[in-house]
Design a protein around this ligand. Sequence first.
Ligand SMILES: Cc1ncc(COP(=O)(O)O)c(C=O)c1O
Length: 491
Amino acid sequence: MSFAALLLVDIWLTGGDGSGDNSLPVKTKLRLDCSWFITLQLISRIPELGIKKPFTEVIRANIGDAQAMGQQPITFLRQVMALCTYPNLLDSPSFPEDAKKRARRLLQACGGNSLGSYSASQGVNCIREDVAAYITRRDGGVPADPDNIYLTTGASDGISTILKILVSGGGKSRTGVMIPIPQYPLYSAVISELDAIQVNYYLDEENCWALNVNELRRAVQEAKDHCDPKVLCIINPGNPTGQVQSRKCIEDVIHFAWEEKLFLMADEVYQDNVYSPDCKFHSFKKVLYEMGPEYSSNVELASFHSTSKGYMGECGYRGGYMEVINLHPEIKGQLVKLLSVRLCPPVSGQAAMDIVVNPPVPGEESFELFHREKESVLGNLAKKAKLTEDLFNQVPGIHCNPLQGAMYAFPRIFIPSKAVEAAQAHKMAPDMFYCMKLLEETGICVVPGSGFGQREGTYHFRMTILPPVEKLKTVLQKVKDFHIKFLEKYA
Ligand SMILES: Cc1ncc(COP(=O)(O)O)c(C=O)c1O
């Protein structure tokens, strides 16, 4: 198959313009959300198909998969996982005592002392206790109840499960789910799978992608004409936009949710990924409690965390948890019932989550190495965040907000009208056209902004900052050269 034919297959798969047309059937829409992944799969086959391209490797800057980009696993986490997986190693002198202690405790909590057995649907008890203790420490003493903790198959599973129990009604009373635009496409995919109504609120690009409560008010008022807005999803730190919300903004959002009686979903998978010195992660749970009992006893909140991001990047273990508060006891019963249909999340993922919330502490044998490895990953990400922002902002026709957190840049790109016409001729969204050209000419795979949603007439792409520093410098230089050539070609 020729390269052009491969591209044609992709254009077909992306439905022509990658716009997520609402008239399409659900299955097709779900496929649209995966379009960049399919593109990558096709492009990855170029070497085996013998197609000559002006690059020697495809650089996968399209997906937040840290270890796939060369990030080394945290030693302590892998030691405990190795011991849990193959307990004969507990006799080996090669493993530190604190790792053995964690592994023994986890194994004792598993049926038959084995990771290979099912756990309770809500997750292994002692891991839920560790998660609750972690949340209490993180939130400066705000209590967390293990009974409100549910271990999940990555954060994705928790997010889709909560949406499943919240969506109901028909016609104008169908549940509306408010999501940020740009969004992480899991949300639009689950909303369309559940036939819920997507209610967009736009983040403020001119103001470092901040969330403005007036915009939430606009979105909810307009949505009330055609659906019943019940859920407000927040991603903090943001993906793809990288902003970290201020405490004041979180308070405003909670007040708004309280006023409108909305269920809050706080996606906090990037809680360890904050780089700007003037930004700090504030959990919704903590701020909610600090706002007093009127809020803390009434606002329903589910917050999500994961083993996939942070400094650990253990995406493949599929570990995660959610903390759900103020849920009506009957709904809680329904939630547990729903979770029990899938028996339990992978027990290995639960164990990985335990190590994230219960890492070595000062005085323990593994602390020093753990601390060094963690700081090295986060320090490198901070360096790469700044490098990326600075370089993009030197390129005419690219503007990039500061990457305050998470692991992506989402620069705005100027696409000349001649390129927009060329894209239309290829039945592609202009930023899809741009990203395909970038891929064909440089081997760099990024995701068009239209995959996340963006204000009409604006164009973006999302690129991860996960390649190692030297490789990232090369990538940025190549994007710069490509962009300048692109502007010249379509001037
Ligand atoms: C904002 C956000 N939420 C949820 C997820 C899903 O994470 P997990 O791998 O834990 O399912 C991701 C993954 O990239 C994400 O960026």
